[in-house]
Design a protein around this ligand. Structure first.
Ligand code: BTN
Length: 266
């Protein structure tokens, strides 16, 4: 793939512009620089390889050349007429788009779910991660950079000891090689379909329908307090997670740097 081929491949999508790199530090950083320098709304940065890919909680995100998908989309603040609460759902937008794309093309083979708030899992293993970063200037939202990483080939996965959650890749799940660029195109199509509907009941419902580990005992870390243990009940209309604590009390967990980890309590 190169810049021209990618532009041709994605020409039907309403992208602002595309920047393709064989190798980059992080597509999120590159997109943020571009956005700050006047990069367009729906500008897309794609890299074959990332040398400093980042995940949530500043974890390293592994993107070796030729084996994975790593891309970031610029959402210019002046073009986002959503409330702040809705803006925080942009990470889920990425996860939902990945799920929908995989279920459309590879339907029954890959039953994807969303590990709240925004990891895509298949068969209890993480297949894709989403990192949405908002850039503010005072009170004004400059841009949100929506970065998505998808594990495609087996060698795209880091060593098990480096993982915070078991990982899976698309080609293992399907038992065949996967066209990364087709996956990218499908994910973007789904993303553009959901973007205007962010925050709508239909969006939240679609997100909740994909909710992984419903009814299971899990551990939720927020970083601000000791991890909470509880049973996932579902989600609220604002996208927050409903967790029932061992004593029966229900907690509402707002979107943030929260991850889930199943515990041996089943
Ligand atoms: C996570 O699961 O913690 C989120 C991972 C997000 C990885 C993607 S790859 C494209 C974009 N560039 C980055 O540096 N990170 C995101």
């Amino acid at each position: 793939m190169d810049q021209i081929e990618l532009e041709q491949y994605l020409h039907k999508l309403p992208l602002g512009a595309i920047r393709y790199y064989d190798r980059v530090g992080s597509t999120n950083d590159e997109a943020a620089r571009w956005a700050a320098a006047g990069g367009p709304h729906l500008g897309l940065v794609v890299a074959d390889e990332q040398t400093a890919g980042r995940g949530r909680l500043n974890r390293h995100w592994y993107t070796p050349a030729g084996l994975a998908l790593a891309f970031s989309l610029i959402l210019q603040g002046r073009r986002l007429s959503f409330s702040q609460e809705t803006i925080s759902q942009i990470t889920a937008l990425g996860a939902l788009a990945v799920c929908d794309a995989l279920n459309q093309d590879f339907s029954t083979q890959i039953p994807t779910q969303i590990k709240w708030p925004n990891d895509v899992v298949a068969g209890r293993r993480k297949l894709a991660g989403v990192l949405a970063e908002a850039h503010w200037q005072g009170q004004a939202l400059q841009a949100v950079i929506l970065g998505i990483g998808i594990n495609v080939a087996p060698d795209s996965l880091p060593a098990p000891e480096e993982l915070d959650f078991p990982a899976a890749c698309l080609s293992d799940l399907l038992g065949q090689d996967v066209d990364r660029w087709k996956v990218l195109c499908r994910v973007l199509e789904k993303l553009f379909g959901w973007l205007p509907r962010l925050g709508e009941p239909a969006f939240i419902q679609a997100w909740e329908q994909r909710l992984a580990f419903r009814g299971e005992w899990v551990q939720v870390s927020t970083g601000l307090q000791p991890p909470l243990e509880g049973q996932i009940l579902g989600m609220n209309p604002n996208g927050s997670l409903r967790l029932q604590l061992p004593g029966g009390e229900e907690r509402e967990l707002l979107i943030g740097d929260i991850h889930l980890r199943p515990v041996d309590r089943l």
